[in-house]
Write a protein that binds this ligand. Structure first.
Ligand SMILES: NC(=O)C1=CN([C@@H]2O[C@H](COP(=O)(O)OP(=O)(O)OC[C@H]3O[C@@H](n4cnc5c(N)ncnc54)[C@H](OP(=O)(O)O)[C@@H]3O)[C@@H](O)[C@H]2O)C=CC1
Ligand SMILES: CC(=O)C(=O)O
Ligand SMILES: [Mg+2]
Length: 603
């Protein structure tokens, strides 16, 4: 079973071929022109005004033992590193051996962070070569544990912290960041870190991990990414009580104070880097939606948990239709139960509604809402809710069903074909609910999407056991395939926004899109939904594995770039013809050592 890069790209190009009109052809050339003059694409030499230990201690410039003798001479580092010049292959051998010697996932996380902090080129080379294995360390599930322990394992700062004590100073503070070019910023306030709740400033590991995927999978340059924590305080009492905690020692700002602080930060960031994409990450409900609605039409931004999660989950559902021998346009025949009515739950369901309406089989959004049954902590959103629901959640209320029905009661009545878990709570998918679902549908689509794995609504083993091996399974964090009685394999999929945001960021960055549009998410879903082969679908494999994230990002990035031109939000200048996929591919960062040249006046 293999997904080659070309087959992935060919599928995505086929997807987008219908828009290859004259104006589009001009846009490809324009991007080529941008590519030619853009420092992102110069892999031949790097000019620096640094010398000596400033270079060997700079993770963006350091090559460790790989500096050539010429370089050592001209950069004044002769004698500052061991005498033998060792190329990257040997360095990779050393770091991989050391990594394998770490006895716990957290020890591996600490080792990889240290590597990233001393030599980013080597870090990314290692990450790309072992993406599947290492994404489970720098990303979910291990990053969750790293966040919980962040204040105890702290070694060195990465990214920027903007805290309540910095109010009134942020427009000056942004100039403390040493790089003028920033393409992607991931920001969190640490209020809902994965399914782990409020982790305050410890949430920094999430933007760092997300941006490591932006670089390794999405091909964004390491020096053009900025992880940020907005430290508005924390309501996590055990962190507040911990003498080692590194964030502000007060409870969270709320209301006007909170929104004013975020606004000061957005204004400061936008004034220094007006073209940077801002990804809002792990903000609790309803702040996540309020911030998205406030800024989506003003700056280049999106919310990862709401929007890119919706793209990958929609892709999973569309691919599952094919896996069940149906057409993707049969989405309107699905009965979808979504457990979780927060940022991700509502965001995912809005993406499904958008797709239903775009497919045209349902005529109105109201009609589309009838295909989805949503539950929160209290049960079904039914008639008549006495606790407040906001406008978005109201749309899902089933006026013909009793309020607060349990999941099991809902499954019994609705007989869903698809069940989504976005609660952050382990065990929400009960044996009874899944078994009942499996009685009414041949291939139940079971997606426990909460992270990390310890917070998934059910495990892969449970899903396959309770459905007699018939489930089509996808989870937010990785689960191993399950061997079932009789030797049959239950194939697992990872359905995580890491499949969508790197390509979105790539397409937005290359086209210099001024806005992130809903079509970009819908098209991302369509591209990813079409990647699996018929044989793979037959086995229940919905997407290529995590090792293919870079190829997927290229396919998604190409289509997103296309959309930016179609919708008139791209700001890269148009000139002559060039194949868009080549432009996007050529713009992707590759971790290779380039010769360093000293120049006194380089800034
Ligand atoms: N796979 C992926 O790519 C992604 C996964 N996620 C995961 O989704 C989860 C939720 O994130 P997010 O939506 O932002 O969080 P929110 O806190 O905004 O929402 C959580 C929702 O779950 C509901 N809930 C909690 N407990 C239960 C329960 N026992 N039964 C039913 N519903 C329950 C809450 O109900 P109430 O409103 O009543 O409190 C709330 O509606 C997280 O674990 C996160 O890791 C998020 C983004 C991407
Ligand atoms: C994956 C992700 O963004 C989350 O769990 O919050
Ligand atoms: Mg998130």
């Amino acid at each position: 079973m293999s997904f080659s890069y070309r087959s992935i790209l060919a599928k995505s190009v086929k997807q987008t071929s219908f828009i290859r009109s004259g104006i589009q052809q001009r846009s490809y050339g324009a991007l080529r022109a941008v590519a030619a003059s853009d420092p992102r694409h110069d892999h031949t030499v790097h000019i620096t005004s640094s010398r000596g230990v400033t270079i060997t201690h700079d993770p963006l410039l350091s090559k460790g033992t790989a500096f050539s003798l010429d370089e050592r001479e001209r950069l004044s580092i002769r004698g500052l590193v061991p005498p033998r010049c060792q190329d990257m292959d040997k360095q990779l051998l050393r770091v991989k051996r050391n990594l394998d010697g770490c006895d716990t996932p957290l020890a591996k996380f600490i080792f990889l962070s240290a590597l990233q902090d001393r030599n980013e080129t080597l870090f990314y080379k290692l990450l790309i070569e072992h993406l599947e294995e290492l994404s489970g360390i720098i990303y979910t599930p291990t990053v969750g544990l790293a966040c919980q322990k962040s204040h105890s394992i702290y070694r060195r700062s990465r990214g920027m912290y903007f805290s309540s004590q910095d109010r009134g100073r942020m427009s000056a503070m942004v100039y403390n960041w040493p790089h003028d070019e920033v393409d992607v910023i991931v920001v969190t306030d640490g209020s809902r870190v994965l399914g782990l709740g409020d982790l305050g400033a410890n949430g920094m590991q999430i933007p760092i991990g997300k941006l490591s995927l932006y670089v390794s999978a999405g091909g964004i340059r390491p020096r053009a990414v900025l992880p940020v924590v907005l430290d508005v305080g924390t309501n996590n009492q055990s962190l507040l009580d911990d003498p080692l905690y590194l964030g502000m020692d007060h409870r969270r700002l709320e209301g006007e104070e909170y929104y004013d602080m975020v606004d000061e930060w957005v204004t400061a960031i936008h004034s220094r880097w007006p073209n940077a994409l801002i990804q809002f990450e792990d903000f609790k409900y309803p702040h996540a939606y309020n911030l998205l609605n406030k800024y989506r039409d003003k700056i280049t931004c999106f919310n990862d948990d709401i929007q890119s999660t919706s793209a990958i989950t929609l892709a999973g559902i569309l691919a599952s239709l094919k896996a069940r021998g149906k057409e993707q346009t049969d989405l309107s025949e699905e009965r979808i139960v979504c457990v979780g009515a927060g940022s991700a739950g509502v965001g995912v369901c809005e993406g499904i509604i958008d797709c239903l309406v775009a497919q045209g089989k349902v005529k109105t959004r109201e009609e589309a809402y009838r295909r989805i049954w949503m539950l929160d902590q209290d049960g079904l959103l039914g008639a008549v809710r006495d606790t407040p629901l906001d406008e978005r959640q109201q749309s899902y209320v089933k006026h013909d069903m009793a309020d607060r029905l349990t999941l099991e009661q809902v499954v019994e009545k609705v007989k869903p074909t698809v069940i989504l878990g976005l609660t952050g709570i382990r065990g929400v998918f009960t044996e009874k609910a899944i078994r009942t679902m499996a009685q009414h549908t041949e291939k139940p689509v079971v997606f426990p999407l909460s992270n990390p794995d310890t917070h998934a609504e059910c495990t892969a083993e449970e899903a396959f056991k309770w459905t007699d091996g018939r489930a089509i399974f996808a989870s937010g964090s990785p689960f191993k395939n399950v061997e079932m009685p009789g030797g049959k394999i239950g194939y697992t999929n990872q359905c995580n926004n890491s499949y969508s945001f790197p390509g979105l960021g790539l397409g937005i960055t290359v086209s210099r899109a001024s806005r992130v549009t809903p079509t970009m998410f819908l098209e991302t879903a369509r591209v990813i939904a079409d990647l699996a082969t018929p044989e793979q679908l037959k086995q229940g494999i919905l997407f290529p594995g995590v090792s293919k994230l870079r190829d997927i990002a290229l396919a998604v990035g190409t289509r997103v770039c296309d959309v930016a031109y179609e919708e008139g939000v791209a700001t890269a200048t148009l000139k002559e013809f060039e194949l868009l996929s080549d432009v996007v591919e050529n713009s992707m960062y590759k971790p290779e050592y380039v010769p360093l040249v000293y120049h006194q006046n380089n800034h």
